[in-house]
Write a protein that binds this ligand. Structure first.
Ligand SMILES: NC(=O)c1ccc[n+]([C@@H]2O[C@H](COP(=O)([O-])OP(=O)(O)OC[C@H]3O[C@@H](n4cnc5c(N)ncnc54)[C@H](OP(=O)(O)O)[C@@H]3O)[C@@H](O)[C@H]2O)c1
Length: 250
């Protein structure tokens, strides 16, 4: 089954992004496989096509505004609209023992370039195309470690974590999500943040207890919300609530 829907997933060459591309493709969408490395992107495109997904590699480094603009021009030229944008590309870095007092500004900048500035760059480059779609969905792949409420709960499972760069980048991403949702509240576009849960990928040397496919389910849910679905929420895996899916506190 094909739909005429076009989805772009950033960082789709592996991990949760790849699984998201596959699941959106299985729902009949044409999936644009955003990747910063052409070889890795084309390999992913080939694997997805082998599985019957209408996948197409799109060169996209989210930290490079010229790359974002070129990708948006390509999508404009070829399709004229974008139904789903999944801002999935993300990196994690820490200094020393991951204490605030050991954090370097260089590391903070590097993480924010991808996890925060990159999301704004990609979203703004594609917003005209998202507005051209009947009811676009934007999914920002965040994390429960970006939730100040979760991270400061003394009874919570994440209370021991102290790192600044990655968690605070996701906090900034959560606020970014909420503000885009506010700007777009009178349009059919919905903007939500996804919490995939701790998934085994290269990101964490495959130490996660969930699979990339399970993590992708969260992004796909938010990418396919019905017209009466929510906007401006952090939604996904709830570790402290016993592992179901639901809304997480900011
Ligand atoms: N895994 C988890 O437990 C977990 C939990 C919560 C949230 N998340 C979030 O889920 C998202 C995906 O993570 P993952 O676990 O799937 O990680 P991953 O396996 O390391 O994949 C990350 C993807 O992002 C891409 N990427 C990094 N920098 C990029 C850039 N500048 N431009 C374009 N693509 C870039 C990578 O491309 P290359 O192959 O070229 O490096 C790769 O495709 C991230 O936003 C992460 O923060 C993950």
């Amino acid at each position: 089954m094909t739909t005429n829907m076009i989805a772009l997933v950033t960082g789709a060459n592996k991990g949760i992004g790849y699984a998201t591309a596959r699941q959106l493709g299985e729902r009949g969408m044409t999936v644009l496989v955003g990747a910063r490395d052409a070889t890795r992107g084309r390999d992913a495109e080939g694997k997805l096509r082998g599985d019957g997904v209408d996948a197409r590699f799109v060169s996209l480094d989210v930290t490079d505004e010229a790359s974002c603009a070129a990708a948006a021009e390509l999508v404009e030229r070829e399709y004229g609209h974008l139904d789903v944008l999944v801002n999935n590309a993300g990196i994690v870095r820490a200094d020393g023992s991951a204490l605030p007092s050991e954090t370097t500004v260089a590391t903070l900048r590097e993480v924010y370039e991808t996890n925060v500035f990159g999301v704004v760059a990609v979203t703004n480059a594609f917003l005209p195309l998202l507005r051209n779609a009947p009811a676009a969905r934007i999914v920002n792949v965040s994390s429960e470690v970006g939730s100040i409420a979760v991270m400061t709960d003394p009874q919570g499972a994440l209370f021991a974590l102290t790192s600044v760069p990655y968690p605070s980048s996701k906090t900034a991403l959560n606020m970014t999500t909420a503000m885009y949702a506010k700007e777009l509240r009178d349009t059919p576009i919905k903007v939500n943040a996804a919490n995939p849960g701790y998934c085994a990928t290269d990101f964490n040397h495959n130490s996660g207890f969930r699979t990339a496919e399970q993590g992708a389910e969260v992004s796909v849910h938010l990418a396919t919300l019905p017209a009466d679905g929510p906007s401006g929420q952090l939604w996904g895996f709830q570790m402290d609530a016993g592992g179901g899916y639901g809304v997480l506190p900011w």
